[in-house]
Design a protein around this ligand. Structure first.
Ligand code: FAD
Length: 324
């Protein structure tokens, strides 16, 4: 009793006060507070739905994200052109039924130049002005040898040039902050990006990554090489950690140990994994924002919840309030 009382009346020694460094939470708070000026642009990526239920989910997600007024939205193209019709139908419906600016992904694999040109002309006719132009993965799967289709476009840069011959599309391409698995060196990677820019691409959306330094170092490499293109970080909203790890391993994306540790033991706890994904992605955007990044591309996986949360952290809810 006496010692407890002694403790309570002990004068506070200021030299023992813990010092605070600006941790991730404070950093996020600072970044969020400073985001009043609507200076952030966000785009959302979707995949074409496979069945009626997935279609309903996608359009419900779109209804929730459209009021946030994204810069653009994009719809992926299945490996080897497997979703040709579904991608087209989804993009065309977005163009005709919403105020969104849709971009269609298009890949070279498994199609002749004539087929690709026809698809692109159809898009132009449907009012679609933006293509995400890609080579695509090898037909036998990631990790197998890539053999260009005879009579087709061989690489992303060839596709960009072909599209520009058809119409004056806005063209985005891919970029890889940790190297594309088939690029043997940084010189090859940057040369490839430069070829795509020279052919007419104006935006590079990156493969996903987990630490801000990964993106910022890559951006420096591109700038140092004098390649003039907007580089937009791609942020993966995948709370299924096992699936995320599998995909990362296939794509040559490093999952940091600290990141894996956070998800350890949560295989059966989807709610905690989702909260972690929201929190970690928000921290990542805050660090990128502090370093001057203003464009963000969210891989939504067709789900609204995480995309809405992260977009709000990025300040997009001010647009909702403005609309009201
Ligand atoms: C933002 C984004 C969106 C994506 N969307 C889709 C999608 O909708 N559908 C899909 O199937 N896939 C998609 N992908 C995956 C992509 O198709 C694969 O990563 C694919 O392996 C490479 O495509 P690319 O356009 O980056 O290829 P490229 O830019 O053509 O490069 C591929 C590789 O070939 C090398 N290379 C380029 N030109 C030459 C040359 N002339 N000679 C020798 N080597 C060369 C490059 O260095 C690189 O290693 C996407 C990827 C990203 C980052």
């Amino acid at each position: 009793m006496a010692s407890a009382l002694n403790f309570m009346v002990e004068p506070f020694n200021t030299s023992q006060r813990p010092t605070h460094s600006l941790g991730p939470v404070a950093r996020t708070a600072n970044a969020v507070r400073s985001r009043k000026s609507n200076d952030v642009r966000v785009s959302y990526e979707f995949f074409p739905p496979k069945n009626a239920q997935m279609e309903a989910t996608l359009w419900d997600t779109i209804a929730q994200l459209e009021p946030l007024n994204p810069d653009f939205v994009s719809v992926t193209y299945g490996a080897g052109g497997s979703t040709r019709e579904r991608t087209h139908n989804t993009v065309a419906r977005m163009a005709s039924e919403t105020n969104l600016k849709p971009a269609a992904h298009l890949t070279c694999v498994g199609s002749s130049q004539e087929e690709i040109n026809e698809i692109a002309s159809d898009y132009w006719g449907a009012g679609v002005r933006h293509i995400v132009a890609l080579r695509g993965d090898p037909q036998d799967g990631i990790g197998e040898a890539y053999i260009p289709q005879e009579g087709g476009y061989a690489y992303g840069s060839d596709l960009v040039a072909g599209l520009k011959d058809i119409a004056d599309f806005e063209i985005s391409v891919s970029a890889y902050p940790e190297l594309h698995p088939e690029s043997g060196s940084w010189d090859a990677e940057i040369d490839n990006l430069k070829r795509k820019v020279d052919a007419g691409a104006t935006r590079a959306i990156t493969q996903f990554f987990f630490e801000p330094e990964t993106f910022l170092k890559f951006q420096d490499r591109v700038l140092d090489a004098g390649v003039n293109i907007d580089i937009v970080p791609g942020l993966m909203l995948q709370p299924n950690f096992k699936g995320l790890k599998r995909m990362s391993d296939m794509c040559g994306v490093n999952v940091p140990v600290w990141y894996s540790d956070l998800f350890a033991g949560l295989d059966n706890d989807e709610e905690s994994r989702t909260l972690l994904t929201a929190s970690l992605t928000s921290e990542l955007t805050a660090a990128l924002y502090e370093n001057g990044v203003r464009d963000f591309h969210l891989y939504t996986l067709n789900r609204a919840q995480l995309a809405v949360s992260v977009s709000r952290v990025l300040g997009l809810h001010h647009r909702l309030q403005a609309a009201v």
